[in-house]
Design a binder for this molecule. Sequence first.
Ligand code: B12
Length: 217
Amino acid sequence: MVDAKKELLKDLSDSIVEMDEEKAVKTARVYIEHNYEPYEAIASGLAHGMGRAGKLYEEEEYYIPELLMCSDALYAGMDVVKPHLSKTASEQKYKAVIGVVEGDTHDIGKNLVKIMMETAGFDVVDLGRDVPPIDFVKTAQEIGANIIALSTLMTTTMDGMEQVIKLLPECGLRGKVKVMVGGGPISPNYAKKIGADGYAPDALKAAKLAKLLVQEG
Ligand code: B12
């Protein structure tokens, strides 16, 4: 039983590295049919495979086209798993704005965080990738957001997060909206340094953090 699950998680991870959309979909279906925990299929299967692909990229075995095919396989698998993530029904709907900061187009991690926040009961407005700082703030103001979630995978674009935080007071949002940050180069220390309210290393923890931040008020 445990071995069968492990085997399926490994197959899911392999399907990403092998750029095999069909295998990702088929394996995800079998995994779901077994009623195994859906988020684990993402974290320990599909996203795990993307991490392995990243290492191959660093070793110059994979290049951008391979990474794009890996991410196609990841999304194909995610489409199967996503409807099975159990949503938390909450009486009070909290609102969040999410996006990848300006200059950065890496959006796989952001998309996972969005899915997990929605699963945790948030209404999430997704601004996509390469988002100018002011757009986060304007949207938060328009929808009365409780949370702004900022993602970046590149060291060269990290400053965009601080710019968003600096814009909050002049738009009258200081204290009204909590900012959480994440992505490869981001650390808890960096989050603290730029005045963010929180950092999380993965999508599940990001959703938990978001809940905590809104409950703190
Ligand atoms: C896939 C990938 C790509 C794909 C992106 C496809 C897409 N639509 O996203 C493609 C091929 C397009 C690409 C392009 C480039 N890439 Co690239 N890419 C990667 C790679 C291999 C994996 C990233 C990934 O998707 N990981 C899987 C996801 C699930 O993990 P994640 O993003 O970290 O997200 C998790 C957490 O970080 C967290 N999280 C994420 N966001 C948030 C937000 C909040 C609020 C919270 C709380 C948590 C959180 O939760 C997520 C889920 O658990 C990384 C290497 C790596 N090891 O990270 C390089 C990497 C990020 N890329 C890199 C580079 C340099 C580039 C390019 C500039 C290359 C080029 N020369 O053109 C371009 C970028 C162009 C641009 N301006 O954006 C570098 C960045 C180096 C740096 N330190 O700045 C890396 C680190 C590779 C390397 N070692 O050199 N890339």
